[in-house]
Design a binder for this molecule. Sequence first.
Ligand SMILES: [Zn+2]
Length: 250
Amino acid sequence: MTERLCWICDEPSDTGEHRIKKSDLVERYGRGPYRNDEPLVHVKEGQMRPLQGPNSQLVKYEKNLCANCNNSFTQPFDRAYEDFIPWVMRHEQDILKRRVFDFEAVYGAEWENRQRDLFKYFAKCFGCRLDEAGRAIPNDVNELLHKDSFETAFYVTFQINEDQLLLPTDAQAIGTHGLIAHKDAVTGNELGFQCGHYYRWFAMKYWYHHSANDPVGAPWIANAKHVYLGWYAPLTTEERADLIDKLNGD
Ligand SMILES: [Zn+2]
């Protein structure tokens, strides 16, 4: 068996990044251990397994980063994200109404640097997902992690999931969107990718070299103070009607 290498620096990897951020699990469900009579269920590849706590191996990637990259190098990126989600949730009524947020309101005077760190956190998420799927990480994605200004085919959008919003707050989930590869119709070569993750109604989509045809929100590449949200409603009309009936107790 070949040794796995850190996809950021090519040194041997000895840590596994969280697939679902530990701070998101703690913010949403507490520190655990999660109760056995009503365990949180982690769904991966159609198999459901109970989740014991926010450090469960089930929510981590296989070892894909070295300790230095996973801890010290990317720590500012993680921190920017850890401050971002609680802010969004504290201001959810305002965001749902105006469908825009202002990074200065999120991060204060340091907003320009910290929105860049947040962007790098999403690039780290994307790299981990590609690495897990056995795909090479594009050079521009790896390189931007080390830079203050960069050009890249990677961008992020934020979307409101209208169907999650139908559910009571307690029933709104957190999780990941599967990796989708966009192929050239003739050659079958993979040209672009999309994936992402969500926290309740708030979906964060990462895109590489692919333009969406849907109202996914303004493409953001760490270059804006205000970011406009898009929306989607993944249920079919029938599924939505069933859900509303169920919620009404019919
Ligand atoms: Zn490394």
